[in-house]
Design a protein around this ligand. Structure first.
Ligand code: PRP
Ligand code: ORO
Length: 212
């Protein structure tokens, strides 16, 4: 079994994937969606967490000269810190906005201008959170070696956004693998599969059309 399917299996195993077509989730982007994949749950299972970190660190290790990890707040922080620890490289994290008290930082940790960072995020929907963090990092003088996440919904608009920002995106699992795994293991009903197929054809239209 390939890594993306194996990780998808783990996501289902820990109950990270929730379906609520009648009472949709609101995503960070504001989109409403029948599905939510909560990668934070993986952190509570040490063996599975170890498997995830190994896959992320393996992917990061295969990239060209990554000199530091930049976690995206909040869910990218624990995964990113674990990967940085495994690779023995510096770690920083990027808040969605600057703190309003204390040192008023948006980037926490010691950023070194010119250092090549890998942006680590738990999940990519629109890609907006990771790309915003990458922008903040670039503006502060950091180089971006790429972005790495556990899961992506594989939206073509997200792919284009990463290409436009010239940031190569790598993920260790994805929506197609999740759907295959859920269908083959019988963890999704025909009705749920139909809802997801309908949603996936045009997530924005599905979101806009949803009436409470
Ligand atoms: O690709 P995007 O459209 O930006 O969506 C993905 C983001 O949404 C979630 O963050 P959220 O801000 O909801 O929660 P968190 O604080 O737990 O990271 C997730 O952790 C990603 O950061
Ligand atoms: O886009 C989001 O906010 C989002 C979607 C999802 O499935 N999981 C998550 O943690 N965030």
């Amino acid at each position: 079994m390939d890594t993306s399917r194996q990780i998808a299996r783990r996501l289902l195993e820990v109950g990270a994937v929730k379906l609520q077509p009648q009472t949709p989730f609101t995503w960070a982007s504001g989109l409403r969606s029948p599905i939510y994949c909560d990668n934070r749950v993986l952190l509570s299972f040490p063996e599975i967490r170890n498997e995830i970190v190994s896959a992320l660190a393996g992917a990061a290790g295969a990239m060209d000269s990554i000199e530091g990890i930049a976690g995206v707040a909040t869910a990218g922080i624990p995964h990113g810190a674990l990967v940085a620890d495994r690779l023995r490289v510096p770690f920083i994290y990027i808040r969605s906005s600057a703190k309003e008290h204390g040192r008023k930082n948006q980037i926490e940790g010691r950023l070194e201008a010119g250092r090549r960072y890998l942006v680590v995020e738990d999940l990519i929907s629109t890609g907006g959170s990771s790309l915003k963090a990458a922008e903040v990092l670039r503006a502060a003088g950091g180089e971006i070696g790429g972005a790495l996440a556990i899961f992506t919904y594989q939206f073509p608009s997200a792919t284009r956004a990463f290409q436009h920002a010239e940031i190569p995106l790598t993920t260790i699992s994805n929506y197609a693998a999740l759907l295959e795994e859920a269908e083959q293991s019988g963890q999704i009903s025909a009705e749920e599969a139909a809802t997801l197929a309908d949603w996936r054809r045009d997530p924005r239209a599905w979101s806009d059309a949803f009436v409470n």
